[in-house]
Design a protein. Structure first.
Length: 123
């Protein structure tokens, strides 16, 4: 039971960190979840897909809460729906591709996205 409690605490900390990043930056929480779940539970092929889908399931309501709080704080919501339309189409395409890529390929794509984000934000 002690190990189960430790895992629960670590998962709560990971969730808090993901929510904090999402609320503060509007992004990054899913990345933290995938990385922390990989560190906690190992990087098998089944776990990799499970981690990505877990991150999506957690980030959807979390993003909705963040938008609600941004709006309540007086930040205006975007009037242009086109980024949402493109993101929805990309989300469906990515979800369809998730089951077809190997765990190794998924890790490489994930690493490339993180690296590109870091380089673009560093400038």
């Amino acid at each position: 039971m002690k190990n189960g409690f430790r895992t629960l605490v670590l998962l709560l900390i990971c969730g808090f960190a993901a929510g904090f990043c999402n609320g503060l930056l509007g992004a990054g929480g899913g990345i933290l979840l995938v990385l922390s779940l990989g560190a906690l539970f190992g990087k098998t092929a089944a776990n990799g897909r499970r981690f990505f889908t877990t991150a999506l399931i957690v980030m959807l309501p979390l993003s909705a809460l963040s938008v609600r709080h941004y709006a309540a704080a007086g930040f205006s919501l975007p009037a242009n729906p086109w980024p949402f339309v493109g993101a929805a189409a990309g989300g469906v395409a990515g979800a369809l591709l998730l089951g077809r890529l190997s765990a190794h390929a998924l890790r490489r794509v994930f690493a490339a996205v993180i690296l590109l984000s870091g380089v673009l934000l560093w400038r």
